[in-house]
Design a protein around this ligand. Structure first.
Ligand SMILES: Nc1nc2c(ncn2[C@@H]2O[C@H](COP(=O)(O)OP(=O)(O)OP(=O)(O)O)[C@@H](O)[C@H]2O)c(=O)[nH]1
Ligand SMILES: [Mg+2]
Length: 253
């Protein structure tokens, strides 16, 4: 029995760093945790994953074998991942941890928008699974950027249909005011609508308001959890939100 968390987000949003820091955070509480790297193209990962897709699929080998460039190679690697999913699952099972943290490929679209993504999440899912969607702080601080990243979050939700929470990643790069503003937009989308009305016009404005309306209708304005992996802030809130998903509130140790 284990709980699986998939860290998903745009390139460079902080997935690997958070997977590493959060695994240490859980480890310090004597929670058994396993880290899984699913990025076949990762050159450097800030931790040594317990289970690593690169032991099965290596980007350079695939590029050489099929005469592909880096992007085509990555697509092929991600598609090939499903062939090894049983072995990866067995490795995870054998480690016998209660928490499994899965670091997903840098190019979000490769994981989320290929057929293999949902196959991988359903195969590696434990007793309960969750997607941790990381929002990039720079994109998030303007109303239009916030709307577009919320739309991306909705798209991820629509692909995986797993419980999902939104992390405002690298929160140390935002001021307290900016964080409060972003949280305010999610809590009360009317404030977001006002910001859009003030800051955009024409087609941009129409489209932003239309998307806001659609997101509100499908309840996709998830309130983001600010987390800083470098300052070790917000990890307690992240853990509490994940535990609520996994156990309905009780700590899963
Ligand atoms: N200031 C700050 N920088 C961070 C934080 N988390 C990650 N970074 C930095 O952001 C950069 C990208 O972090 P990664 O963890 O590699 O991001 P990623 O999403 O795994 O990147 P890809 O797998 O390449 O898509 C690195 O330089 C990290 O040091 C954070 O909480 N605060
Ligand atoms: Mg990474």
């Amino acid at each position: 029995m284990y709980y699986t968390t998939f860290f998903v987000g745009t390139a460079g949003s902080g997935k690997s760093t958070l997977a590493n820091i959060y695994s240490k955070w859980l480890g310090e509480q004597n929670i058994d945790v396993v880290t899984v790297n699913l990025d076949p193209g990762a050159r450097y990962i800030p931790y040594t994953p317990d289970v690593d897709i690169r032991e099965y699929v290596v980007l350079e080998d695939v590029m050489d074998a099929f005469n592909l460039g880096p992007n085509g190679g990555l697509v092929a690697c991600v598609d090939m991942m499903v062939n090894f999913i049983e072995e990866i699952k067995k490795e995870i099972d054998d480690l016998g941890a209660t928490h499994v943290l899965v670091d997903t490929p840098g190019q979000l679209e490769l994981f989320a928008f290929r057929e293999s993504g949902p196959i991988v999440t359903s195969s590696l899912g434990g007793t309960q699974s969750a997607v941790c969607f990381l929002m990039d702080p720079f994109l998030t601080r303007t109303p239009q950027g916030f709307v577009s990243i919320m739309l991306l979050g909705a798209s991820i939700q629509y692909r995986f249909f797993l419980p999902q929470l939104t992390v405002l990643s690298k929160s140390d790069m935002l001021t307290g005011r900016e964080i409060q503003k972003i949280i305010g937009w999610a809590l009360d989308p009317q404030t977001l609508i006002e910001a859009i009305e003030n800051e955009t016009q024409g087609m941009k404005r129409e489209m932003s308001l239309g998307i806001c309306d659609a997101l509100a209708k499908i309840h996709m304005f998830d309130v983001p959890i600010p987390v800083s992996s470098t300052k070790l802030e917000g990890l307690d809130n992240l853990q509490a939100a994940l535990e609520r998903i996994y156990t309905g509130g009780e700590l899963a140790t």
